[in-house]
Write a protein that binds this ligand. Sequence first.
Ligand SMILES: Nc1ncnc2c1ncn2[C@@H]1O[C@H](COP(=O)(O)OP(=O)(O)OP(=O)(O)O)[C@@H](O)[C@H]1O
Ligand SMILES: O=P(O)(O)OC[C@H]1O[C@H](OP(=O)(O)OP(=O)(O)O)[C@H](O)[C@@H]1O
Ligand SMILES: O=C(O)c1cccnc1
Length: 483
Amino acid sequence: MDAYRYSALLTDLYELTMLAGYFEKGMHRQTAVFDLFFRRNPYQGGYAVFAGLQPALEYLSQLHFTAQDVAYLQNLGMFKPAFLDFLREFRFRGKVIAPPEGTIVFANEPLLTVEGELAEAQLVETALLNIINFQTLVATKAARIVSVAAPGVVVEFGLRRAHGPDGGLSEARAAYIGGARSTSNTWAGQVFGIPVKGTHAHSWVMAFPDELGAFRAYADCFPEQCILLVDTYDTLASGVPNAIIVARELRARGHEVKGIRLDSGDLAYLSKQARRMLDEAGFPDIKIVASSDLDETVIQSIRGEGGRVDIYGVGTQLATCGGEGGGALGGVYKLVRFDHQPKLKVTSDIAKATLPDRKKLWRAVLPDGGYVLDIICLEDEQPRPGATVFDPLNPSRSKKIPTEVNFEEVRQVVMRAGRILSPAPGLEVMADRCAVQMLRLPKGTTRLTNPHVYKVAMSAALHRLRSELMRKAQENQPGYRKG
Ligand SMILES: Nc1ncnc2c1ncn2[C@@H]1O[C@H](COP(=O)(O)OP(=O)(O)OP(=O)(O)O)[C@@H](O)[C@H]1O
Ligand SMILES: O=P(O)(O)OC[C@H]1O[C@H](OP(=O)(O)OP(=O)(O)O)[C@H](O)[C@@H]1O
Ligand SMILES: O=C(O)c1cccnc1
């Protein structure tokens, strides 16, 4: 898809200098495995929604340096001719393991694993983080908003406040995966097939001599999709009464006004009053749309006060991933195996020590389908009910896997030898997956504040391997003295 035709130069310079260095030292063909993961759930929440895989895979499968790319790098004066020749032939031929998009994931779990030659696996770090971090962050924000809005519907209105045109495009995609049902972004509608929806702006009302004339004109032009913005002058004194007049006139012509939109004031109070007025006038099916800097907290408050909003139009806060613990997802990409040896990033802070080697991610599931905990194992082991597993952040804490669970593997091989293994499912499939998995989480995990901490554990074998590598790494440091 053209929307994903990213340049090979979509990278940090240091990926290219490392690549040139590995090439010069003859290391570029050695095998490497990298894990992409994040260390903290976004928004101080209890989960994240994995998104961005399809664009990431499209990027990998199309990755090549054009003649212009190579000429640009040559002009930088940093790279030798033999390396530039290598870039001309460069393709990504690696293997990728990942969860399907819309999967609920948690901090410290390996999400994407990229395996290949050091050159290809290292080069793609920046682009993969750029794509996955942003889309996962937006999809998570959408899921949070949808979780408090339901059965109300969420429409994504963020394009005008999104971080640039490309941000607006991928944000609309990710918001849909997280549960937004439609977007105002027509380009996203065209590219991704997301349903497009909208009302009209205050400028429409202001461009007519009066509000009633503006509503009549809109109903005339769009008798089948008429949603009227009622807060330009006075919501309850003129906006809703005028909308009711137009709704009667339209009904006499065989059509129905579909909705009204509230865009300022106390949305709980106004929606209750508007609902009463519409019902009393014989229009119980006219929907109430609300917008005005909405986020999950405001929506929860509106609902808590008995607000009667049917559709929430959410723009700025969704598109820019606002709120505590939002803004950016701190996903990282770490080397876990190199030249046939497991690798570990050692640090005095155990919470930042990586999980070495090729791994599998398993989800322990109760007979009723509810999720219990996730277990990170070495590639060749299978978790067992009753086995003891360890907290990767504090391995002195351990717990037993409940005996009655089954295990679902969270990730699958999605790319081999640089080829995407199966065509991406539609975005609706990803959105359904997210909605279903949200319901399978333990109670409290989706709570906005102080959520239940879903357990992510490592197997005993992975714990042993990590401890052993840590010990060796410390002993091998020059100047290390056993304390
Ligand atoms: N019932 C509610 N509970 C919590 N927050 C609400 C409620 N109703 C509205 N809000 C929020 O209150 C804030 C203020 O809304 P209000 O429309 O009064 O001011 P405004 O947006 O600055 O007005 P204007 O649209 O005229 O600029 C908005 O961010 C809105 O999301
Ligand atoms: O509040 P958000 O969550 O960002 O949702 C999008 C906002 O964008 C529009 O306002 P804007 O003032 O840009 O234009 P308008 O004249 O249509 O109100 C719309 O009325 C919403 O309030
Ligand atoms: O269609 C709307 O009502 C809309 C679209 C974008 C931003 N705000 C509102």
